[in-house]
Write a protein that binds this ligand. Structure first.
Ligand SMILES: [Cu+2]
Length: 161
């Protein structure tokens, strides 16, 4: 994803379209941008060695993104998980991102005093960090943040067959 955006930005600059740093990351948009940049580079008829390398790399990245199921996103803020409850199919992946300024955790279980807390997963999320987990068993998977459980910073991942 990051390399794809880099190359789209590079191509856009080369074609004098400009790059506004849009964080969209839309696959279709990337594809269209590549095509436009390629045609413009061809019309100019010079210095295409770099373009020849960049084009195939970008196509491979886009294909890989299209074939992989996208993780379900959960944001960790001050001080809650958004959304608190999510449902995913078995085999699905959840990605937590700490978009706040405090350190949070993504810890499995009902709470730190409950039996088995943290045995399924227990990840520390520094500001800006992400944590991904793929769920392979159906049912309800409660989790909480160790520093902020008393503030109600909890969530549930429901995994459906
Ligand atoms: Cu927290």
């Amino acid at each position: 994803m990051r390399s794809t955006r880099f190359w789209v930005c590079f191509l856009a600059l080369t074609a004098a379209i400009g790059c506004d740093g849009d964080d969209d990351g839309n696959g279709n948009g990337n594809g269209n941008g590549n095509g436009d940049a390629g045609r413009e580079a061809g019309a100019e008829g010079g210095g295409t060695d770099g373009m020849d390398v960049a084009g195939p790399d970008t196509v491979v990245d886009a294909a890989a993104e299209a074939s992989a199921p996208a993780p379900v996103m959960v944001r960790a803020t001050e001080h809650r998980f958004e959304p608190m409850t999510i449902a995913i199919p078995v085999g699905g992946t959840v990605r937590w991102t700490n978009v706040g300024v405090s350190v949070h955790t993504v810890t499995s279980g009902q709470g730190s005093t409950a039996a088995g807390a943290g045995t399924e997963f227990d990840a520390q999320l520094n500001p800006g960090a992400t944590f991904e987990r793929t769920f392979t068993t159906t049912g309800s998977h409660p989790y909480f943040c160790r520093p902020h459980e008393s503030l109600g910073m909890r969530g549930t991942v429901t995994v459906t067959p």
